[in-house]
Design a protein around this ligand. Structure first.
Ligand code: SAH
Ligand code: SF4
Ligand code: F3S
Length: 482
């Protein structure tokens, strides 16, 4: 592709050193280059951002899209776009395999459009061996960056357009700060994720997240509240506070604040009709938090409380720092304060050394807690984590025998539990038109269950009362009560 080597060609001056000014400078320069390339091509240039993994990545992708739109690319859902960016996840091996598979397919697309730019960022790229594989087996990739420099996309894009060869810039995840206040392109106009903290310090022995997302850092409460006030002015009614372990929010800040107090302050922001948060670590979930949740009607009656295993023995080896008994006691306290609350969870099957007895403990907790739904995962060995070094890895055939048992139980209980609101009228935040039937709209109740009911696109973003007529497994069919 044509490279632009001279600075004067695309915006003059010296890049500022301070952020976010520096990025705005590079956005201007990138815009100039994109404008010229689009003139050369005789059409607007398009981009496509694909997101893998969790809510953190989803939120980062909104920031990436915001920057790409600002520099003049047009959004597309199609990977034939001129700029394709994969925001990757590496929590399990198959997340990586998926990305490698998709990259293979992109190679052919790049042959059709040699001006195409292919970029990779997110958790996978924080691993050295991944970057080595990309260099060796996917040399057609133009730009690789990490989890800590998402905000630098415009600067990196300019570098990629000006330099030959693959640009790789993956800062150490344990260092550096995160720059906010850049453009974002929210997926939904009426709801938004808000990062309250970054990174994770828990080092659960199976998990790679602390290595690829770095140390835990909380954002200052005023900064979070300002962002939320801005969002509500912009039409947002539901905010989801995001962090790998929101319950340890506030550590390391000068202010005397914890998650319960932050949540209360968020719930008090005028215009915030609903607040959710993800993820809660059971070891840090305080009684104050339960109290705050129960006291504010706009805090959603839903807690995602990852169990991982029901065996106290395994929980210790996993470094989860709670026991089967303390977890059950916690869910009892939560249910006592909020009887209708939805509890959801994550469970891993086949952690090294998992015995039949350990697995039975997991099933036992599932039966006792009665989750609305659960994500069940087969343990995946992640290099660099302590569990990957353990010698007693569970044979595949044992895991594949256990897994369907758990899945069946989780689904059976989930179906029963979800149906508990049948016949009631509940407020639904309408999110979209139904994908299968365009005469229906789809939304969620406070307790997170999905509801489909007759309606048109004009309802999207509104909160409306709906009678939950029938539960079909994991969702409701309803009728409007307005
Ligand atoms: N911070 C969150 C979860 C982040 S990862 C928490 O602590 O709950 C999301 C889920 O992926 C985890 O809850 C866990 O169930 C699963 N997971 C993490 N590492 C895994 C691994 N090596 N193999 C299988 N599942 C894993
Ligand atoms: Fe991973 Fe544990 Fe941190 Fe969750 S709390 S991200 S499972 S190390
Ligand atoms: Fe995956 Fe990174 Fe999230 S590894 S689960 S995208 S923090």
């Amino acid at each position: 592709m044509t490279k632009f080597n001279r600075m004067e060609e695309a915006g003059a001056g010296i890049p500022p050193v301070t952020e976010p000014a520096r990025q705005y400078y590079f956005m201007e320069r990138a815009a100039e280059i994109i404008r010229r390339k689009s003139e050369e091509a005789g059409r607007p240039l398009t981009f496509c951002v694909q997101t893998f993994g969790c809510q953190m990545n989803a939120r980062d992708s909104e920031k990436l899209r915001g920057i790409l739109e600002r520099v003049g690319f047009i959004k597309s859902e199609d990977e034939s776009a001129d700029f394709v960016l994969y925001n990757t996840c590496t929590v399990r091996e198959n997340a990586n395999l998926k990305v490698y598979g998709r990259l293979g397919a992109l190679r052919a697309k790049k042959r059709e459009n040699p001006n195409k730019i292919i970029a990779l960022c997110g958790c996978m790229t924080q691993e050295e061996e991944v970057v080595n594989t990309i260099r060796k087996s996917y040399p057609f990739v133009d730009l690789v960056f990490g989890t800590h420099n998402v905000y630098q996309l415009a600067e990196l894009l300019v570098r990629s357009l000006e330099e030959d060869g693959m640009v790789v810039d993956v800062p150490d995840a344990t260092k550096g700060s995160i720059v906010e206040e850049l453009p974002t392109d929210r997926k939904y106009s009426f709801k938004s994720g808000v990062n309250i903290m970054y990174g994770c310090d828990n080092f659960c022995s199976y998990c790679i997240v602390p290595y690829v997302r770095g140390r835990e850092r909380s954002r200052r409460p005023e900064e979070i509240l300002d962002e939320i006030r801005r969002l509500t002015k912009d039409g947002v009614r539901e905010v989801m506070l995001l962090g790998q372990n929101v319950n340890s929010y506030g550590k390391g800040l000068d202010e005397d604040i914890d998650f319960a107090r932050l949540l209360a302050r968020v719930a008090e922001v005028p215009g915030v009709d609903r607040v959710r948060f993800m993820t809660s670590h059971p070891k840090d979930l305080s009684d104050d938090l339960i109290h705050v949740m129960a006291s504010y009607p706009n805090i959603c009656r839903h807690l995602h409380l990852p169990l991982q295993s029901g065996s106290t023995r395994l929980l210790k080896i996993m470094n989860r720092r709670y026991t089967k008994e303390s977890y059950l006691a916690l869910t009892d306290r939560i249910r006592e304060a909020m009887p209708d609350i939805s509890l959801t969870t994550d469970i891993i099957v086949g952690f090294p050394g998992e015995t039949e007895e350990d697995f039975e403990d997991t099933l036992d907790v599932v039966r006792r807690v009665q989750y609305d739904s659960a994500f069940t995962f087969i343990y995946s060995k992640r290099s660099g984590t302590p569990a990957a070094e353990m010698e007693n890895q569970v044979p595949d055939e044992v895991v594949h025998r256990r897994f369907p048992h758990l899945l069946r139980l989780v689904q059976e209980i989930g179906r029963e539990r979800t149906a508990r609101f049948t016949g009631q009228v509940k407020d639904v935040l309408v999110e979209s038109l139904n994908e299968q039937n365009r005469d229906l709209v789809t939304g969620r109740i406070m307790e997170n269950a999905v509801v489909h009911f007759p309606g048109s696109a004009s309802l999207i973003g509104k909160i409306v009362p709906v009678r939950l007529d029938a539960c079909r497994g994991f969702y409701y069919l309803g009728t409007p009560e307005f």
